[in-house]
Design a protein around this ligand. Structure first.
Ligand code: ATP
Ligand code: MG
Length: 498
């Protein structure tokens, strides 16, 4: 039967010993937002890479608007009208927004005239879709949220019939998510098809018309929105019931671990990204900082973790500080390194991992193994590179490594990014366990102080003992009575108008 915009039948794909896709089926209609769900490593990205021709499947077939697509041909996929926003950034940092958008298009042949056309079309897109980007800005200086918007605009620029978005919302704030969903709805109203991957079920269910669930490379559920709910979907994804951990218990704090008094912190572009911030962090507490990316989060996190000095002011820090950066690829993991090598990035200075001047690789592999077991990192093998792990498993490796250092201070930016429901719940429990002093280090080890940055206000409210919002580089304490997403939203807006 015809009529499907995308039809994928019994697709299989192996990477060495890993069966990433075993029997994956997906049927998406014109005019629908189709959600693709599944645990970390279920095969979602792999299936979409098959669709956009980046990967050649071992078996199965792919039809776009009833025409068979040549497997493994990116050009054929583009010609068939398929566009993809990838899970990791594909932008060239040293180029401008407009240049990045133009790359790989007819206008991208390097002529000034063509770039002017790109500027015009971007302005047009901005008018239609409503979210501003500066076409002349260099990508390197953009926040993660802004980079994500550029990735989306870059895909829209190509005017796709079928648009695939692989976890586009993980770094977007609530308003940006609303913006994106508005854009997706208007695309499908024009009869296009959107394939959307994500882990936040409530969010996905707001916009999806139909869902497909993958479990270990197989399609286990395909249904209309009206036939599913979050609980049922979670069960289909995991294959059993999930349980939600008890809310964190408030504990007494164990003395100051860090103090920052920064009148100003400059960003890459030389402008003041953070102003007049005074913050003390105690052992045994979680300080939660909510807010939209690009309001000074990156700079404040770098200062708090001792990787950047305040331009004006002072900072007083403990010996071991762990940082979970917002952008995994910048200072987190090295994609071409294997598990032990990525572990070594954090442990090469550690006495227990050295033999004189040399790295003790046996010890390093032991630690890597502990991280992999502790955080359920699903890797294709011990020599696997970080690049070959699924997005969520890369995040588990990074988070596991930073926690394994038993830091005095942990600075985490969107640490749940890309984690599936079970992994996110595990990490929430782990952070609470850490702050009450129950994890690692043994009884003698004092609990760390934790600073949690998140675009997800519910997550901040759920975990933090003290709550702040960061708006235009200013840190605003959230009073007890405003500790709701709406209250925090008001504080964020209020200070924007000021
Ligand atoms: N290039 C590769 N080499 C080896 N194994 C790979 C490669 N790409 C993916 N895999 C493996 O295929 C499996 C499926 O990965 P995939 O990225 O499709 O998962 P996913 O559903 O997108 O997960 P996530 O939610 O974490 O992004 C994983 O076990 C992964 O390690
Ligand atoms: Mg993925």
């Amino acid at each position: 039967m015809g009529g499907a915009a995308v039809e994928m039948r019994s697709v299989s794909k192996r990477f060495g010993s890993v069966e990433a896709l075993a029997d994956a089926n997906l049927s998406a209609r014109p005019g629908e937002v189709h959600a693709l769900l599944g645990e970390n490593g279920a095969g979602k990205t792999t299936l979409m890479r098959v669709l956009c021709g980046a990967l050649r499947p071992d078996g199965g077939e792919v039809l776009v608007e009833d025409r068979r697509l040549r497997p493994g041909g990116p050009r054929a996929a583009v010609a068939a009208g398929i566009g993809m926003v990838h899970q990791h950034f594909t932008l060239v940092p040293s180029l401008t927004v407009a240049e990045n958008v133009a790359l790989g298009t007819r206008e991208g042949s390097g002529l000034r005239l063509a770039l002017e056309r790109v500027h015009l079309r971007l302005a047009e897109l901005e008018r239609v879709t409503g979210l501003p980007v500066d076409p002349g800005a260099t990508v390197a200086g953009l926040s993660v949220g802004a980079k994500q918007r550029v990735e989306i605009l870059k895909a829209l620029y190509r005017d796709p019939r079928v648009l695939v978005l692989d976890e586009p919302t993980t770094v977007l704030g609530p308003q940006e998510v609303d913006w994106l969903f508005g854009v997706l709805r208007s695309l499908v109203e024009e009869g296009r098809t959107v394939l959307l991957i994500g882990h936040k079920l409530d969010e996905i269910l707001r916009v999806a018309d139909r869902v497909t669930v993958l479990r270990r490379g197989r399609t286990v559920l395909a249904a209309g929105r009206e036939a599913v709910d979050a609980t049922g979907l979670a069960r289909a994804m995991i294959g059993r019931e999930t349980t939600r951990a008890a809310p964190p218990a408030r504990v007494a704090t164990g003395g100051r671990v860090a103090r920052l008094e920064a009148a100003g912190v400059r960003g890459d572009d030389g402008r003041m990204a953070v102003r007049d911030v005074t913050l003390e962090v105690q052992r045994g507490e979680i300080v939660g900082i909510g807010g939209v990316e690009g309001n000074g989060q990156r700079e404040l996190a770098l200062v708090l973790s001792g990787r950047l000095r305040p331009s004006v002011g002072s900072a007083d820090f403990p010996a071991t500080v762990s940082l979970i950066p917002q952008d995994r690829s910048a200072g987190g993991l090295v994609p071409g390194f294997d598990l032990a090598e990525n572990t070594a990035l954090a442990f090469h200075d550690d006495d227990a991992h050295r033999r004189g001047p040399l790295i003790d690789w046996a010890a390093m592999r032991r630690t890597a193994r502990e991280i992999v077991t502790g955080f359920d990192v699903r890797a294709p093998g011990w020599r696997a590179t970080a690049r070959s792990l699924s997005g969520g498993n890369q995040q588990k490796l990074l988070v596991g490594r930073e926690l394994a250092r038993a830091p005095d201070l942990l600075v985490a930016e969107n640490p749940m990014r890309g984690l599936d429901i079970a992994a996110a719940a595990f990490l929430r429990d782990k952070l609470v366990e850490l702050k009450v002093g129950g994890a690692g280090g043994g009884p003698a080890h004092a609990p760390p102080g934790i600073v949690l940055f998140s675009t997800d206000l519910d997550e901040v409210l759920d975990l933090a003992d003290r709550v702040f919002v960061l708006v235009r580089g200013r840190l605003i304490a959230v009073p007890e009575k405003e500790r709701t997403p709406a209250g925090m939203g008001r504080l964020m807006l209020g200070s924007e108008e000021a």
